[in-house]
Design a protein around this ligand. Structure first.
Ligand code: SAH
Length: 349
């Protein structure tokens, strides 16, 4: 699908066209990756962060956040829960926390591999090549790093670099691929300043960059961030501005399934947050094939507040697991077994 057509879909409000889009995406999903929904146990291991991203609630300069870093034993408890629920993958996510030392995480990765054999996904921000390499050698399988937006100008506005270091997430994605990780990326939909044109470029970049897993969620303003405050203050919104709605998020999801049919696409927590009633199900029936239930210990969940009112904040791991299983079965889908590796990578191998 070329850019003009992507743009047309992004702009359409016609109900008939939209149901056609959902149908095409759902058919492509079924045909290329099947009915299985793979579950990934998400553990938010630390909310310390060295960066000051304009959109994110756990940015370094937000003093109102109480910071935590899970201990090895706490992480291993959550890893064991992941196995107990029958998932094939554990995802370790955090702020860009340089208190997460290379060797410390290396040991956790090795221990997890040895005890459980789970596939391990890391999502720890822009770490040095040497860390990425050490963790890959220790057994990490996949790495998630969203490029957030393909517009360099917008990215620079919302994502200040660390002193003396350029932030080039595309360069890191290339490195990850070279080192042998399965590579995940993605974007937020509806960032203030994001135009339809940017969004169409984002979708094309997923394909050009040959990304294996693609996370797409609505941007949700956080009141303790510069970007969250601007959005509330701004009155006039231009007709080029992409809205941060469920509809736009689902369109991007569906178009991504159509342009990159083999990839893994999660129905994200952010989508479930802006439509608690059936956001998750809409994601799954418009292209997605992955869900990442939150298995972070209850006491830490509300501290990992990248955006407000995050779905699942008020649950424990057992509750998240059973609610999500029920949601998946209720729409006639099956729960995947095994690691759920990206079909995109398998084809490339
Ligand atoms: N520190 C890691 C993990 C960040 S959390 C990293 O930067 O890669 C994972 C994703 O949450 C981010 O990539 C971003 O796309 C999303 N996110 C952060 N703040 C958000 C907000 N206010 N609304 C919606 N999504 C947000």
């Amino acid at each position: 699908m070329e850019k003009p057509e992507i743009l047309e879909w992004l702009r359409t409000e016609d109900e008939g066209d939209l149901s056609r889009l959902w149908q095409m995406a759902d058919n492509a999903r079924r045909e290329k990756v099947g009915d299985d929904v793979h579950l990934r146990g998400l553990i938010e291991i630390s909310n310390y962060c060295a960066r000051d991203c304009g959109y994110c609630g756990i940015r370094a300069s937000n003093d109102s956040v109480s910071r935590y870093r899970m201990t090895t034993e706490e992480i291993m408890e959550s890893v064991r829960l992941t196995v107990g629920y029958g998932y094939g993958t554990v995802v370790l996510q955090s702020g860009e926390d340089y208190g997460i030392k290379t060797d410390w995480l290396t040991e956790i990765i090795k221990k997890t591999k040895k005890e459980t054999g789970l596939a391990i996904t890391l999502s720890l921000g822009e770490r040095d090549d040497s860390d990425l390499l050490a963790w890959r050698d220790a057994g990490a399988d996949r790495y998630l790093l969203r490029f957030e937006t393909s517009s360099r100008e917008l990215y620079d506005r919302i994502h200040p670099p660390l002193p003396g270091r350029l932030s080039d997430r595309f360069a890191i994605l290339r490195t990850l691929r070279q080192i042998g990780y399965e590579v995940g990326s993605g974007i937020m939909v509806g960032i203030p300043g994001q135009t339809y044109d940017c969004l169409a470029n984002d979708i094309q970049l997923f394909r050009e960059f040959d990304i294996d897993m693609i996370g797409i969620g609505p941007y949700i303003p956080h009141p303790d961030t510069p970007l969250g405050r601007t959005l509330r203050a701004s009155t006039a919104i231009s007709s080029d501005q992409v809205p941060n709605t469920e509809l736009l998020t689902c369109k991007v999801l569906a178009l991504t399934r159509l342009t990159c049919p083999l990839v893994n696409i999660p129905s994200t927590t952010a989508l479930a947050t802006i439509n608690r009633a059936d956001g998750r199900e809409h994601g799954l029936s418009r292209g997605a094939n992955i869900v990442m239930p939150n298995l972070t210990p209850r006491k830490y969940r509300e501290l990992y507040e990248i955006y407000p009112s995050k779905a699942s904040c008020d649950e424990n791991a057992d509750e998240s697991n059973s609610r999500i299983r029920n949601q998946i079965c209720a729409i006639g889908r099956t729960i995947g077994s095994g690691r759920g590796d990206s079909h995109n990578r398998k084809m490339a191998a």
